[in-house]
Design a binder for this molecule. Sequence first.
Ligand SMILES: [Zn+2]
Length: 449
Amino acid sequence: MSDFIVNGTLIDGTGAEPAPLRWIEIDGGRIVDVVSGADNARRPLPPGAKVIYDATGLTVMPGIVDAHCHISYGVARGMEEQDLYASAEYRAIRAMWHAGQVLRSGVTAICDPGGSWNVAIAVRDAIKAGMFEGPRIAAAARYLTSHTGLADYYPTWIGAPKSGVGAITNDVQAMLTEVRAQAKNGVDLVKIAASGESSILSPGGGSVPAFRREELAVIVDEAHRLGKRVTAHARSGQAIVDCIDAGVDWLQHGDFMNKDQVKRLADSGIPLCPTMTLNMNMVNWGHVAGCSQARIDRVSRDMEKSVETLSYAHRQGVRMMCGTDSGFAVTPYGEWHAREMELFVTLLGMSPLQAISCGTKEAAFAVDPDGIGSLEKGRWADVLVVKGDPVDDIALLQDKSCIRALFKGGAALDLTPQAPATRWPWEKSLEISHGELRYDAVHAKRAAE
Ligand SMILES: [Zn+2]
């Protein structure tokens, strides 16, 4: 027998105008019918219909999809915390708790584009096995990177730690071996660090390509041969174009494209996940999180360029999906997953309805393109019910007090807050100080007699 969610205002995630909802019929976890529109306002429910939720006065929309959330990062304050501290075992358990935080903010699916060990895969499988409630997860493992790519954070004489998020693959054999190992370990997707922010290679800032085009093609071809999709971190415009040529399935960031590169991306039809939330959180509130002024200034300069590039890309018709880079201390789990939708409106000039599509149906491309992301016949019934009108106020989706109900595959999820977790001293680097202590800073100079 079918379940019914009835009444309220429907925003279906396709970009269609909101409409009065009569009912969503759910069977076996999937949507079998959506009845909406003024004409159907008084349509009687089928006899014996089991109403599982009456959303009168509320908004009914797809569960939020965050296409860029690193579940293994553990609220890292820096790269050493991300890569070195906490064991694999502790990381996996911690990530499971963090997945609970993500869920409670209205998120029913995430794509984890890279992290340490096989943490995202383990969390995905524990949720799928029914051990814990959590979002659907598309999982990657370590980023394939090179000595000029993101995630090769340490000097060459130290190398990449096993626990780090980067797998350094400087030659073709290493690339093939890493892709095959990841496929064997059960990834859904392979993540490439196609560019890096090396302060030695580009002292003025910006981003340098990490691989040659033919190397990218080797990685992509092998992943595709094994049935795995590929995404790439690519801030440099050259890296974006090389990834398009290599057949990468979707791209992250794209901050530093020129107009020709934007055109290539638009023509390719490949979606871009700009992931501005991490940087904009630092620009707006970095001082609250204890970021240095120098970092805030640098990120602000980058964001000026990014916003110019990305709003142009939006106007040129580049497909966009919402992602937030949640997992850092400036983007903790369960807090900012809907912020990218607001930024798409305020910074890129989208309508709220377009932005909602980017945070649901478009973002679903990274997880399960045909299975989730919109409230349409045949999709999984992942449904978020909120108080208020997100078309009028897109930011309300970030306020958990507006959430009234959340369903995944038609099952109501427990939104009771989790008991807060402590953080252990060994999860962070052993820092002695933030700055330098100069003699003159604490002692007046002796006046010359
Ligand atoms: Zn990321």
